[in-house]
Write a protein that binds this ligand. Structure first.
Ligand code: SAH
Length: 207
């Protein structure tokens, strides 16, 4: 089922990075969804994970990961741990993953699942991802998996020069925005339309 997902949902669209395809082939997505939905784990869409939150469609996970252009030696920050699935995909490819989740029960559950799967290069934190994770900054790549109306300034600050940040930006509907930090400043690119759950916390005061 996992191989079919990779073949039909990813390769037949435009996912090409072998590291991303290998990771998607390896991580058991069924471990990250509620038991009652395990037979849908490789469906072509998002699924509920409790607390009103969702695990993203596999294609979107693959697409966002590919856009980060990871090679293996990076330190990556994820905002919105959710089920932990995206963190696992990142941990397969990058050196270290730092992931922040605002809902404690989700953070703890993800930490447990990823521990059971044997991941040792992921660090978890419960809190508001708006502020990033200063102790471990700067990051080579940052991925935001809840939708802010605009990209939090502290996260741009915690991105390395030549680093890449991807985020769904907007209200009800969003666009994936890719930010590259250069010596001369920020380069912003709009990629594809997406739908994510809204980012909570500090950012809600900034609308
Ligand atoms: N990446 C996840 C999917 C995330 S769904 C996965 O692979 O399953 C978005 C998640 O972002 C939700 O769990 C939500 O609680 C969390 N979230 C929302 N606002 C946040 C914030 N300010 N900081 C950290 N996490 C946040």
């Amino acid at each position: 089922m996992r191989q079919e997902m990779v073949e039909y949902q990813l390769k037949r669209r435009d996912i090409k990075d072998p590291k991303v395809l290998d990771a998607m082939n390896k991580v058991p997505r069924d471990m990250f969804v509620p038991e009652s939905l395990q037979r849908n784990a490789y469906d072509d869409g998002p699924l509920p994970i409790g607390e009103g939150q969702t695990i993203s469609q596999p294609y979107i996970v693959a697409y966002m990961t590919e856009q980060l252009r990871l090679r293996g030696d990076e330190k990556v920050l994820e905002i919105g741990t959710g089920s932990g699935y995206q963190a696992a995909i990142l941990a397969e490819i990058a050196k270290e993953v730092y992931t922040i989740e605002i809902i404690e029960t989700l953070s703890k559950r993800a930490e447990k699942v990823l521990g059971e799967l044997g991941y040792k290069n992921i660090r978890f934190r419960t809190g508001d991802g708006y502020f990033g994770w200063k102790e471990y900054a700067p990051f080579d790549a940052i991925i935001i998996t809840a939708a802010p109306p605009k990209i939090p300034e502290p996260l741009i600050e915690q991105l390395k020069v030549n680093g890449r940040l991807i985020a769904p930006v907007g209200d009800t509907f969003q666009e994936l925005i890719l930010i590259t930090k250069t010596e001369k400043g920020i380069v912003k690119e709009s990629l594809i339309p997406v739908v994510f759950v809204p980012m909570r916390g500090e950012i809600e005061k900034k609308r």
